[in-house]
Ligand binder design. Sequence first.
Ligand code: PMP
Ligand code: GLU
Length: 403
Amino acid sequence: MQNALSERARQAQPSPTLALTARAQELRQRGIDVLSFTAGEPDFDTPDFAKAGALEAIHAGYTKYTPTPGILPLREAISEKLERENKLRYAPDQIVVSCGAKHALFGVFMAILDPGDEVVIPTPCWVSYPEQARLMGAIPIFVPADETTDFLPDYDALRRAISPRTKAIVLNTPCNPTGAVFGRKQLKEIASLALTHNLWIVADEIYEHLVYDGYNHESIGALGKEVLNRTITVNGVSKSFAMTGWRIGYLGAPLEIARAVSRLQDQMTSNACTIAQYAALAALQNANGEWYATMRATYDQRRRLMVSGLNSVDGIECWTPRGAFYAFANVRQLLGRCYNGRTLESSADVAEFLLSEARVATVPGEGFCAPGYIRLSYATSEAVIEAGIQRIAEAVGKLMQAS
Ligand code: PMP
Ligand code: GLU
């Protein structure tokens, strides 16, 4: 036997966000007082109305398999939600419920990508898009953007990234890790490229309810029927209802795609957890403006604290995010500086320096295809943010003095 593992398994990279979250947890378990800004995970508890849905399901004996794409009442509730909140018309049979939005995206890529196909991905981007595309044998084509364009990709650069082999374009708004929010103009540009070149738009809208400073989330599929016919909308309950551990994500897609994803899911997981589906149903049925508004206001307050704190540190510059719950701080001024005989050569080194010297865990930009930055999640308490900023300021202060 030459290789115990398949080529795919050998190539697969672990998720750096999950790896760093685990590392911070492990250090804490060993008694080291680490403040963690790694996890893209709400610190709120799952609302009681969602938990009640799960408890009722257990008592009613809804503990068996369901149809692979999910129970009909949940697909109906998702279809109604997408129409009501996002102006997207997907019938219940165009909805597939999966084990988290990550799983839904995996199913989508599996359904649309062949080896050698290209996927256009604006960067900085969430860690899993390029990796999932590569697992299908496809090639991610990156279109970088930075603070100078509010982290929004340039239209000409997007156009130039498209080749005859391009199959899809990924759109993540609000964006993890930057907090960029795509406006109507950028959505129209992406839609026109998709229509002209016959591409799928994979729209990940998982942070839709977290937008600040008067910015609005708009769904690209709402631009018109033609665009909707090219759009696969991915979403889930992880962020909107603090339900990361329940593992419920979903997609709305043209029927052909929804059926293909469901067929593939038949052979992977069958249905997502039945009890969790009932919890998600209760979450969607009981969702009200107050829940979203309280959550948004809490994150907004933390966002201001985090961003102003980071910008008060000499050597760090942080663009003000407009959505999601991450600060994406530019740390290029720290590169080339020496500490304890070591030179910081990359943002991975900066993250390592902050972990060892400030006991603050962050995620370096490399995983988001954006070296020179670090990501800090502000889905944590104001007390932790304040303490973390203080530690960062002290450590970076010493670094700036030392070199
Ligand atoms: N998309 C983005 C942009 C994310 O940040 C995440 C991380 N939670 C996901 C999808 C996946 O979410 P989940 O699998 O928990 O639904
Ligand atoms: N999406 C979250 C993050 O970016 C969770 C970790 C992951 O799934 O990669 O931190």
